[in-house]
Design a protein around this ligand. Structure first.
Ligand code: ZN
Length: 537
């Protein structure tokens, strides 16, 4: 069989390279990998999802694990980690017995880039974007644009005695905050490269509305004046709506993980409040699973509310993934923060969180050193004079912002495999139904007593978390007896949920049947799949 290309780590993939890789995966592993389109972006790109499972059996009837990445436009390393996982599973499907076994029982849905429009914007221009910039008219409002025609959207600095930043004393390319009583100058105002609506010389504001897809989930959603980036209503963003529809169409989903790029960490719920808002047993299990993530990746396990500088208060992210995944889906939810350029250049997350503003400014001096040592990357473009059609003489330069937001692409060669190990560890815990001890006893005439035990041998309970008991769409285990008339009870029984290793329920039926009759006992629940046992009387 032809081999999928290795993941390239010397750059981050733009959209055509991702679609090419996924198409090749589907073509070369047509038994195992199916490419699905779960929606379309406003710019017309398909939102692609790789479904990976062993052939045979209905994929919708298998427990499902979902990975999604790159909801934040700049955080393109998540796509690299996702494509690595695709490749790891597909090559493992030929050669690794543990992956072969896993793919028989479960299905992976991997969405490497949920926000391709945003990622294309930053990868092609280096411009500033959270998830989506929506243009809108504001008098004196700046909108990002490549005004000097070099293809990039960098920064503009304008010398002004009232400016808020000044050059760093040892590296004047680096602009640092102005200090008290500093009147020497030169000072600058810094803006994104762009043009201004109806500029009359007045103060420049930002015209674009900035959306943050990770504040657009349904849990604890708040309007934008309370939660910047939230959007107009929960799941108002087309990409997010497509994802939500996909998830609710797959009640089989038992595990969910997102990739982001920030100071490296394994994040767990909650996104608001405190650990007291999580049921104790769920918190304990989430920590147990998450600590495996810490072990595999070397990234510390943290609650989202604790993911901040040491001096700051706990954060509260409304409309955020973790509270949605836990409270709305009843799942153990993880996000891996893959790192950023500071991590790649040696600053740990613990150092960063303990840092002062001065330290954080100094980190940039290391980034300049790296940039100077790697001129082919063109990560920093030195300030150069430009005659702006509206503002007059300015200087344009600065960072191609995707380099700052991600770990160095080369580092993903080590990071991506570690993340895959954590995902496989989490995925292996899926609930798994078995029918044990099926037996029939002849009672009298054409009457038989049939007994069997339905058991969950997986690590997780069939409702995944204690919170899962409350989730309305979490269907309980159904047990069916087919092939004969059942006298004692309904042919279909709902038996509630079964605990992880080894929740079981003894079943008993009395049936009317002739000797030699073939019976089928089956048990199913979406997050644990289907178990079947045949029995001849
Ligand atoms: Zn992010």
């Amino acid at each position: 069989m032809p081999r999928l290309p290795e993941i390239a780590y010397d750059h981050y993939y733009k959209w055509p390279e991702i679609t090419e890789f996924l198409s090749a995966a589907q073509e070369q592993y047509s038994d195992t990998c199916a490419l699905q389109q779960i929606g379309q972006t406003p710019e017309g790109r398909p939102i692609l999802c790789a479904r990976i499972t062993a052939p045979g059996g209905d994929p919708d009837a298998k427990p499902a694990y979902v990975v999604k990445a790159n909801v934040h436009a700049a955080e393109v390393a998540g796509a690299t980690a996702s494509l690595y996982l695709v490749r790891h599973l597909l090559s493992g499907s030929e050669s690794d017995p543990s992956i072969q076994e896993m793919l028989k029982s479960i299905v992976f849905y991997i969405i490497p880039r949920l926000n391709p429009d945003g990622a294309e914007f930053i990868l092609n221009t280096g411009g500033a974007i959270r998830s989506r910039n929506t243009p809108r008219y504001r008098k004196n409002g700046l909108y990002q644009e490549d005004v000097d025609g070099d293809g990039m959207i960098l920064s503009m600095r304008i010398e002004d005695p009232c400016g808020s930043v000044r050059p760093h004393p040892t590296d004047p390319r680096h602009l640092i905050p102005r200090e008290a009583d500093d009147v020497e100058g030169p000072f600058y105002f810094v803006y994104e490269e762009g043009s201004i609506h109806d500029w009359d010389g007045g103060p420049i504001s930002r015209a674009e509305r900035s959306a943050d897809f990770n504040r657009n989930w349904g849990a604890n959603w708040q309007p934008e004046y309370e939660q910047p980036g939230a959007g107009d209503f929960p799941f108002s963003q087309p990409e997010m709506q497509a994802f939500a529809r996909f998830v609710y169409a797959h009640p089989s989903i038992f595990g969910i993980l997102g990739f982001h790029c920030g100071n490296n960490s394994v994040l767990r719920p909650p996104s608001t409040g405190s650990d007291d808002d999580i049921i104790a047993a769920d918190l304990e299990k989430m920590k147990e699973i998450g600590l495996k993530g810490e072990e595999y990746t070397g990234f510390g396990l943290r609650a989202v509310v604790d993911y901040h500088l040491d001096g700051q208060k706990p954060i509260a992210l409304r409309g955020h993934f973790h509270d949605w995944g836990y409270r709305h889906l009843g799942l153990h939810v993880f996000e891996i923060e893959l790192g950023n350029i500071y991590n790649s250049l040696g600053t740990t997350t613990e150092d960063y969180f303990a840092s002062t503003a001065q330290d954080r400014s100094d980190y940039y001096l290391e980034v300049f050193q790296w940039s100077d040592a790697n001129p082919h990357k063109q990560a920093f473009v030195d300030w150069r004079p430009f005659d702006h059609p509206q503002l007059g003489p300015v200087e344009i330069g600065g960072w191609d912002r995707h380099y700052i937001a991600n770990p160095l692409s080369e580092d993903m060669a080590q990071i991506a495999p570690k993340c895959a190990l954590f995902i496989l560890d989490h995925a292996r815990r899926h609930p798994r139904l078995h029918i044990m001890k099926a037996a029939a006893t002849h009672i009298d005439a054409a009457i038989y007593r049939v007994r069997a035990t339905v058991m969950n041998t997986g690590d997780l309970p069939t409702q995944i978390t204690q919170m899962g008991h409350r989730v309305t769409h979490n269907e309980p285990v159904r047990v069916c007896l087919q092939g004969a008339e059942v006298l004692s009870r309904g042919a279909v029984e709902q038996i509630g949920h079964l605990a992880g290793i080894c929740g079981y329920r003894d079943m008993e039926w009395f049936v009317k049947a002739q000797p030699g009759t073939k019976l089928t006992i089956s048990a199913s629940t979406p997050k644990a799949g289907v178990a079947t046992q045949r029995l001849e009387l």
